[in-house]
Design a protein around this ligand. Structure first.
Ligand SMILES: [Zn+2]
Length: 413
């Protein structure tokens, strides 16, 4: 299978030798080739360059991209798209002024999702999750991480992880699975957190390892959920089985989870709506990627991750959707990029780097996707006719994507 894109107005995120990620001032550099060609063979990027150097290949499918851009598909490194039902009722309750506590009392929150999931069969859960995956691919996502965490029992957590396995087998985009048993403390262990931690480390983790069901381990490190000490214990239990950590940290309180994450070689630290100077120092020069989730800040009306301060301090940053039923029921990465520019004062260059190359790194797929580099997968976006790549965040709410390609094949929902 070969394909040739010609007359591309701008070929965006071109890296002859792709770095693992970009940080600080490098984030503002987004290499492009104007009036370019791109040649795809066997699902991979074979060659690209200026139209002046375009090979005369007449015997293959040719796509005329006049007036349009080609860029790497979005890399969404933080989602919870495997869930059952929805929380639209809570959404309306919140608009009407009910507090978080009121909603919890009515049986809402994560524990609501847990109850519904327990009563949903694996097949049904797969069908519901598959629809969401198709939806985000249609919106331009070409690599995705998916977490468990609405199970909170052995059976239900394994059910969620098996659904992610099935999605991996069924779809040809890179998918990474993360075990988030430590999302919250389930009802049954309300007064026995130690018992729940033991269930996670001594029962679930070994089973997950045996069936190879998770690439990463996650913890909701937050006051009233899992302490820094609990988080370290879980990260170390994962590390003992060669499962790296990607953790939820600093969403509402900065309690020291950032330094603990870096110390334990976490691949990513996600949320960071609150971040202090010590946290920034801890991340600096490490291999740990901070991940901002602007869709969650938008939906919950909470502060946005202070990206400007972080980038100006030489940190890298990745953007992800956090797609989940409670706090970010959208996986639209075009919106994440726009919100990063509009609300977090990231430049379009920084936001696109954060949603491609850095997003790929935050889920360990940077060797496969995230830039236009020879040998990487041809997971690509072909835009509508636009002025420049600035149009993508500028025209917020409009997905200016004409076609999505996964391993060089046009994706059809
Ligand atoms: Zn999350």
């Amino acid at each position: 299978m070969e394909k040739l894109f010609i007359n591309i107005k701008e070929l965006v995120q071109v890296r002859s030798e792709a770095p693992q990620f970009v940080a600080g001032a490098q984030m503002n550099e987004l290499p492009i080739i104007a009036n370019a060609f791109l040649w795809i063979k066997d699902g991979l990027i074979k060659e690209y360059g200026s139209m002046d150097a375009c090979p005369a290949l007449t015997d293959m499918e040719t796509i005329d991209a006049t007036g349009r851009l080609v860029l790497p598909a979005w890399c969404d490194s933080h989602t919870h798209i495997v869930y059952a039902g929805n929380r639209e009722g809570e959404f309306v309750d919140k608009i009407k002024g009910l507090s978080y506590e009121d909603i919890a009392q009515k049986g809402g929150g994560i524990l609501n999702s847990t109850k519904v999931l327990a009563n949903t069969s694996e097949d049904e859960l797969y069908e519901q999750s598959k629809e969401r995956l198709l939806g985000v691919m249609h919106e331009g996502t070409g690599a995705i991480e998916i977490k468990s965490g609405y199970g909170l029992t052995v059976d239900s957590e394994l059910k969620m992880l098996r659904v992610i396995q099935r999605l991996k087998a069924e779809f040809n985009l890179p998918i990474k699975a993360t075990f988030l048993g430590a999302h919250t403390i389930p009802e049954a262990y309300k007064n026995n957190k130690e018992g729940y931690l033991l269930l996670l480390t001594d029962v679930l983790l070994p089973e997950i390892k045996k069936e190879n069901l998770a690439d990463y381990i996650d913890v909701f490190c937050e006051k009233g959920y899992f302490s820094v000490e609990d988080t370290e214990r879980l990260m170390q239990a994962g590390a003992a089985l060669s499962i790296k950590a990607k953790i939820h940290v600093n969403q509402f309180n900065a309690i020291g989870g950032v330094a603990a994450g870096v110390k334990n070689n976490a691949l990513s630290l996600d949320h960071l709506e609150l971040i202090n100077d010590e946290d920034i120092t801890a991340i600096k020069d490490s291999k740990t990627m901070p991940v901002a989730l602007p869709g969650c800040s938008f939906f919950l009306n909470i502060p946005y991750t202070p990206a400007r301060k972080m980038i100006d301090a030489d940190l890298p940053i990745a953007l992800a959707s956090d797609y989940n039923p409670g706090s970010a029921p959208s996986g639209n990465m075009n919106f994440a990029v726009a919100a990063a520019c509009i609300k977090m004062k990231m430049t379009p260059e920084e936001a696109i780097n954060a949603a491609t190359i850095n997003g790929a790194y935050a889920m360990g797929v940077e060797a496969e996707v995230g830039s236009i580099t020879v040998g990487k997968k041809a997971n690509l976006l072909l835009t509508d006719k636009v002025n420049s790549y600035h149009s993508l965040p500028y025209n917020f709410g409009s997905n200016l994507i004409d076609k999505v390609f996964i391993s060089g094949e046009e994706f059809c929902k």
